[in-house]
Ligand binder design. Structure first.
Ligand SMILES: O=P(O)(O)OC[C@H]1O[C@](O)(COP(=O)(O)O)[C@@H](O)[C@@H]1O
Ligand SMILES: [Mg+2]
Ligand SMILES: [Mg+2]
Length: 348
């Protein structure tokens, strides 16, 4: 008598497996750590949920009057887009309702956001909507997040110390890219994995396991419009890229440019400019999380002087130059940048 073992059905041509869902993957990873208590797993699920809701808003922004400016400015002095504000609200709500997060910092708010969950073990730094200049023109945008275990006692009111721990102290970091497909990429300090959102079943499915960037590449990404403001050595590196016949690709959404270069091999540069002598990008919720992911996928990330993860944090919204990408390309950039000259900005 034939015994019909359940897993035989996986081979049935009419019922192809859908793949590993994010939830199942998180649970599998959690069981790999004997001391894991499930809070970080729940937090990652809360992030994924917020991403689904923001994805829905992004997709139908033009239909429900979610395009255009809010008429307000954020702490950076940048005009806020409606979706910046919506994404900020949605993320705060999901993280607060999830119960694992005691405090949040956001690009869209000056001060620490207290969730009221003082029993929460974690704090989150986030860029709710990255690539704001691309929101209304249907170009890929994203969300960036960075997670720390708090250093203040559980039960007490979180403080700025919980956020200024340094890049190496992140326990998880990731981004969600709202592009031709929606994809969540994250690491909890080991491998980097990507999950593509399948609308038909409302689930993120593992699509890129253990992502590793190529050792080198032929793509460089920077705003050439600012070229004359860059340090002469950065300009020389850009000339080198052109002499090497590298391809220039610049979407203007950090998450999208980073993601492409991570998969294809490339380098993203946002050097200091006259307008932003410290660089434009924010250390705690743009540079640190991408550098944390990058280094685990074989990339390098530097401010031109040191590894981004070694940069001393001293302010919630501090900025930094960012050079991130394939190790050989970042090394070549560093070879062009003499110590001490990196951050000087050309006189007007
Ligand atoms: O328009 P610029 O100066 O090239 O700057 C583009 C960069 O600024 C950003 O839009 C800054 O991020 P936000 O959109 O979250 O403010 C990055 O995504 C992007 O790489
Ligand atoms: Mg951003
Ligand atoms: Mg933003």
């Amino acid at each position: 008598m034939a015994i019909n073992r359940p897993h035989d059905d996986t081979l049935h041509p009419l019922a192809q497996p859908v793949g590993t869902t994010l939830d199942r993957y998180i649970m599998q990873r959690q069981s790999a750590f004997a001391y894991a208590t499930g809070e970080l797993s729940q937090l990652l699920r809360d992030v994924a949920l917020a991403g689904k809701i923001i994805n829905r808003e992004v997709n139908r922004a033009g239909l429900i009057d979610l395009t255009g400016g809010m008429g307000s400015e954020n702490v950076q002095g940048e005009s806020q887009q409606k979706l910046d504000v919506i994404a900020n609200i949605r993320f705060k709500r999901a993280l607060t309702n999830g119960g694992e997060v005691c405090a949040i910092i956001s690009e869209e708010e000056e001060d620490i956001i207290l969730t009221g969950n003082n029993q929460g073990k974690y704090v989150v730094a986030m860029d709710p909507l990255d690539g704001s200049s691309n929101i209304d023109v249907n170009v890929s945008i994203g969300t960036i997040f960075s997670i720390y275990r708090r250093v203040t006692p559980i039960g007490s009111q979180p403080t700025i110390d919980d956020f200024l721990q340094g890049g190496h102290e992140q326990v998880a970091a990731g981004y969600i890219l709202y592009g031709s497909s929606t994809i969540m990429v994250y690491t909890t300090g080991h491998s980097v994995n990507a999950f593509t959102y399948d609308y038909s079943i409302g689930e993120y499915l593992l699509s890129h396991a253990d992502l590793r960037t190529p050792a080198t590449g032929t793509i460089y990404s920077c705003n050439e419009g600012n070229r004359n403001q860059y340090d002469i050595r950065v300009q020389e590196y850009l000339t080198h890229c052109q002499q090497q016949h590298y391809t220039a690709r610049y979407i203007g959404s950090l998450v999208a440019d980073f993601h492409r270069n991570l998969l294809k091999g490339g380098i993203y540069l946002y050097p200091p400019t006259t307008k932003n002598p410290q660089g434009k990008l924010r250390l705690l919720y743009e540079a640190y999380p991408l550098a944390f992911i990058a280094e685990r996928a074989g990339c390098r990330a530097t401010d031109g002087q040191q590894s981004v993860l070694d940069i001393e944090p001293h302010d919630l919204h501090q900025r930094t130059p960012l050079y991130i990408g394939a190790p050989a390309m970042v090394q070549s950039l560093m070879d062009h940048l003499q110590p001490g000259l990196t951050n000087s900005v050309l006189p007007k």
